[in-house]
Design a protein around this ligand. Structure first.
Ligand SMILES: O=C(O)CCC(=O)C(=O)O
Length: 282
């Protein structure tokens, strides 16, 4: 399929506000992102936005609406081994989140969301629909463990210059399988000998231990967002609580970092985000 960009820049966004209302990333936050490859922005999704997104997710989980990824599809440790077994139909990701409800476009079009991304990636932002674009779920009884990996390992773009935005719809902690990250790992070139056949970091190798000792859990409250570089090593364990964990994840790139033709990254259309709403006179 020919690569396309969906231009929704003329779309109006309810309650979008203007850049004058927006809390921009400070110099210290920008320096932290450069150094560590991630940032946590507290309260990036309002309680009302999180509630509406949770409602959509719960509706679509119950009805199994749209395309989904099951735990079994991952083959990760802890995933059921057959659809026929208990938990075999446990959904891990509601795919194509962006087209499930207007709340996702409403949220990501808000200057408070898009302007910090512009600070990191430049003024013209594109959201690939082929990557993430999902509600990530961790169900109580049948969740799996995601090993240490860099998202870019399966992605194909001109440069490894993309960021993902992970919005917690509920609390995320070690007990329910929050993400852990290795600060600074976005600057590493990891040779193939340090990875397994699925390109996860091998945690059995002595030479990877120093890296893994630097890991930290990313504890999030509802509405907090993690912004992370596509090369940052991250992992997550199972949900050992009795409540589902729901997170919304989208990925962004600068306009001049296109997907490589005929790859999975170029297999779906993309969205241009609305331009900045500049205050009058600027
Ligand atoms: O929640 C998880 O298990 C981590 C998911 C993840 O890192 C990914 O899909 O790239």
């Amino acid at each position: 399929m020919e690569h396309q960009i969906v231009d929704n820049t003329s779309q109006t966004t309810p309650d979008a506000g203007s850049v004058t209302d927006v809390e921009m990333l400070s110099d210290a936050q920008l320096a932290q992102f450069q150094r560590e490859g991630f940032l946590v922005v507290r309260g990036l999704g309002s309680p009302e936005i999180c509630r509406r997104m949770r409602d959509v997710a719960q509706r679509d989980l119950e009805a199994v609406t749209g395309s989904v990824e099951y735990e079994i599809d991952t083959g990760y440790p802890g995933a059921p081994e057959s659809f026929a077994l208990p938990g075999g139909r446990t959904i891990r990701r509601l795919l194509a989140a962006h087209s499930r409800d207007m709340i996702f476009t409403d949220w990501m079009s808000q200057p408070s969301v898009v302007e910090p991304l512009r600070q990191l990636l430049g003024p013209r932002l594109v959201m690939p629909l082929a990557h993430h674009n999902c509600v990530m779920t961790k169900q109580p009884r049948f969740s799996s463990e995601t090993g240490w990996h860099q998202d870019i390992r399966y992605w194909s773009f001109a440069r490894p210059e993309l960021v993902s935005l992970w919005l917690a719809l509920g609390s995320e902690c070690e007990q329910n399988g929050c993400l852990s990250v290795v600060p600074g790992s976005h600057q590493l070139e990891l040779g193939p000998e340090r990875l397994d056949e699925r390109l996860f970091l091998r945690d059995d190798l002595q030479e990877n231990q120093e890296l893994l000792e630097r890991r930290i859990p990313v504890i999030l409250e509802p509405g907090d967002a993690l912004i992370f570089h596509c090369r940052m090593l991250h992992a997550a364990s199972r949900n050992r609580t009795d409540a589902v964990k729901l997170s919304v994840v989208f990925t962004f790139r600068p306009e001049d970092n296109p997907p490589i033709p005929n790859t999975r990254s170029a297999s779906l259309p993309e969205m241009l985000l609305p331009p900045s709403v500049k205050p009058a006179g600027e």
